[in-house]
Design a protein around this ligand. Structure first.
Ligand SMILES: Cc1cc2nc3c(=O)[nH]c(=O)nc-3n(C[C@H](O)[C@H](O)[C@H](O)COP(=O)(O)O)c2cc1C
Length: 394
């Protein structure tokens, strides 16, 4: 029998789909509803000490669209505005009502041992299943030495991880930022400091551009803007890369995220080393109801592959990712033109010539490939408007 059930650090998951720490997991009511609708768990919107000042800007979101569809999101939102007591009571309530669901408390505090440890000591008294240390918020917080300011420093990340581990009675995940030169450096530092798992990625620091009519920023707060965190489909390749790099350097449990909008994206995150996945932006665009197709799609995929659970899929793609120097340089693909699909627009011929190689020529039958000039780059197959070019070994 194929199942979506999985177990991470002895925590049982009904399914590997968790709400990421973000607006959909920012109130007890929302999490309650998500659990009713079938989500396997939730990472609570980052909880902070009550006296940490947080003043939001408006608006706080901007999107990037392609043909009317949101493909990218940027936010400059801060952390949970609810009190620690609200969350302690809320976690009790949620666990009593949904004992089979996983609740992870995301936390952040100023870089002081007492602040981190007292927050953890309070939350130790709740039935939360684990902690996620938010070392990775790229806006608002770094200016005050927290968020991504922590996660871009090996020393501070390791120090706080060790403070938390000293008192935590539950497994500790560290949520890493992709906004570093090498994510594995920070991962190795927090692993050495004792964390139990890694979460990645938080948002990618970016800027959503300017309006060319008003010459003001697209994310316009009274004429001004600031750099913010990008998420959604546009960051998926960065998330894939980071999770694969983490898996290549560590055996810790990994909660993968960044741009998951379909079960196929989730399956790829698992094949690249994730033990479970988290989703934020897609839920903010389409709501909790996406869980049905996420679950049925992943379950059917596992069944069709003859796999009994996601543990069989996990890490499967990792051996396929190797350094460039080790790639087989004798392997060479050539474009094959499907004459029936080709509409003789000559776009491939023009682009090939303008991008250096001049390997495609027009002849009386259509497009002819000059195999001596072709470097097998595959550009023509990607830009053909009719998908009439297939790359083959001869
Ligand atoms: C509006 C918004 C608020 C977020 N707030 C938090 C937060 O409080 N804590 C946190 O760890 N991550 C936060 N995130 C980051 C998400 O948890 C997630 O790491 C990121 O958005 C990538 O996943 P996605 O592409 O599925 O959105 C936030 C993201 C968005 C879009």
């Amino acid at each position: 029998m194929t199942t979506l059930k999985t177990s991470i650090l002895e925590i049982e998951f009904e399914n590997p789909f968790l709400l990421a720490s973000a607006p959909p997991a920012a109130s007890v009511e929302s999490i309650d509803k998500a659990f009713e609708m079938g989500w396997g768990g939730a990472v609570i919107k980052t909880i902070t000490p009550d006296d940490l000042e947080m003043i939001e800007a408006s608006p706080r979101y901007e999107t990037m669209k392609s043909k009317g569809k949101i493909i990218g999101f940027q936010n400059i939102e801060l952390l949970s505005h609810k009190t620690v007591k609200y969350w302690c009571d809320g976690i009790q309530y949620l666990k009593r009502k949904h004992p089979t669901k996983v609740i992870i408390a995301s936390i952040m505090a100023p870089v002081e041992q007492k602040q981190w440890q007292s927050l953890v000591n309070i939350l130790n008294n709740t039935p939360a299943d684990a902690y996620e240390l938010n070392f990775s918020c790229p806006h608002g917080m770094p200016e005050n030495g927290i968020g991504m300011a922590i996660g871009t420093s090996e020393e501070i990340s390791a120090l706080i991880t060790s403070w938390v581990k000293e008192v935590a009675t539950k497994p500790v995940f560290v949520k890493l930022t992709p906004n570093v030169t090498d994510i594995t450096v920070i991962a190795k530092a927090v692993e050495k400091a004792g964390c139990d798992g890694l979460s990645a990625i938080n948002t990618v620091k970016g800027f959503m551009g300017i309006n060319l009519d008003s010459l003001e920023p697209n994310l316009n707060i009274d004429g001004y803007s600031t750099y913010g965190g990008c998420s959604g489909e546009i960051v998926r390749p960065i998330g894939f890369r980071c999770v694969a790099q983490l898996r290549q350097c560590s055996d810790l449990s990994i909660l993968g995220m960044g741009g998951i909008s379909t079960w196929q994206d989730a399956a790829q995150y698992i094949a690249l080393g994730s033990d479970a996945v988290q989703i934020c932006t897609e839920v903010m665009i389409n709501g909790f109801g996406i869980i049905d197709t996420l679950k049925s799609g992943l379950l059917n995929y596992l069944k069709n592959k003859g796999m009994k659970d996601i543990a069989e899929l996990k890490n499967i793609a990792i051996p396929k990712i190797i350094p460039h120097v080790k790639l087989n340089k004798n392997y060479h693909l050539y474009p094959n033109i499907d004459e029936e699909k080709c509409v003789k627009c000559w776009k491939c011929v023009r682009i090939c010539a303008e991008s250096e190689h001049k390997a495609l020529k027009i002849n009386s039958n259509g497009v002819e490939v000059d195999k001596n000039a072709c470097v097998g780059c595959s550009l023509c197959s990607h830009i053909c408007p009719k998908e009439a070019i297939i790359m083959k070994t001869n």
